[in-house]
Design a protein around this ligand. Structure first.
Ligand code: G
Ligand code: MN
Length: 259
């Protein structure tokens, strides 16, 4: 079974087309406007079946091809920005990186050459790194994030609130946006821990305001969560309540419908 999976994967990597990205909208909760999107990896096997990321990412990591996959996502994200731009849709699209990715010597180099070849505005590109990854190797990662910001690329901290060690560095963290972790949003509609969830969401909101970060809530699934977030001052969110990740043609249609 596992053997088969690895062989499939090599085949997929050679073709590259087996990997697609799906785009999940980021929205203004009040107006419903789509203000951005996150690119999420999808793998279609040669037989046409889709393999969920939860299954293939651990395998890719274990077999040391995660870097290759991440660079495919980066390339496809830039292609998506260009494709949407040609249709008159100019909104930032983010992709996820790991700390081992961005601290390799050629990450910035690759990105610079990709950007210049594509001709897209750097401000339409956004990098997401999890809080725990950013903090694990803070001394090495933060300078790279700073470099991205100086190139005009946006940076988001993903799963914010789960790696509390970042409080030590919050003032110097080179990022534009905090993405409040889904677990806190989920708690907002769970009567057993709604109060704790709200307290964390409010605290992160104040932190963001105090240190001039943008803020977005992830994993919003219910109206109740949305209402509480709006009450807490949140403007932007991402989650199944608004839209699931979708292929680019559907994303284009949704953007067109919303304007
Ligand atoms: O850690 P990160 O935010 O990059 O994770 C994104 C993952 O979360 C994707 O796999 C995406 O499909 C999933 N996701 C996005 N919105 C929701 C949501 O509202 N609920 C849940 N359970 N998962 C979500
Ligand atoms: Mn993410």
């Amino acid at each position: 079974q596992r053997q088969m999976c690895i062989r499939d994967r090599y085949h997929a990597l050679r073709t590259e087309d087996a990997f697609q990205i799906a785009l999940q909208p980021k929205v203004n909760m009040q107006s419903g406007d789509i203000v951005g999107a996150e690119a999420l990896l999808r793998w279609t096997k040669p037989d046409g079946t889709m393999v969920p990321p939860g299954l293939f990412i651990p395998i890719a990591e274990a077999s040391g091809v995660m870097n290759k996959i991440d660079s495919i996502v980066m390339k496809k994200t830039v292609e998506a920005i260009k494709w949407l731009g040609n249709k008159g849709i100019n909104i930032p699209i983010s992709f996820n990186v790991t700390c081992s990715d961005i601290t390799t010597s050629n990450f910035i180099e690759n990105l610079v050459s990709l950007l210049s070849r594509s001709g897209i505005e750097p401000s339409l590109l956004e990098v997401e790194i999890t809080e725990s990854q950013a903090m694990e190797d803070y001394e090495e990662v933060n300078p790279v994030l700073k470099q991205l910001l100086s190139m005009g690329i946006k940076v988001s901290v993903d799963d914010f609130g789960t790696g509390y060690s970042s409080l030590a560095h919050i003032a110097d963290l080179a990022v534009s946006t905090l993405k409040v972790d889904r677990s806190f949003v989920t708690k907002l509609s769970d009567e057993k821990c709604a109060e704790a969830g709200l307290a964390v969401c409010e605290m992160v909101y104040r932190l963001a305001k105090r240190f001039n970060f943008n803020i977005i809530a992830e994993g919003v699934e219910t109206e109740e969560q949305k209402e509480k977030l709006i009450e807490g001052g949140y403007e932007f969110a991402q989650g199944y309540l608004f839209a699931k990740p979708m292929f680019i043609e559907d994303f284009e249609a949704l953007c067109k419908k919303n304007t």
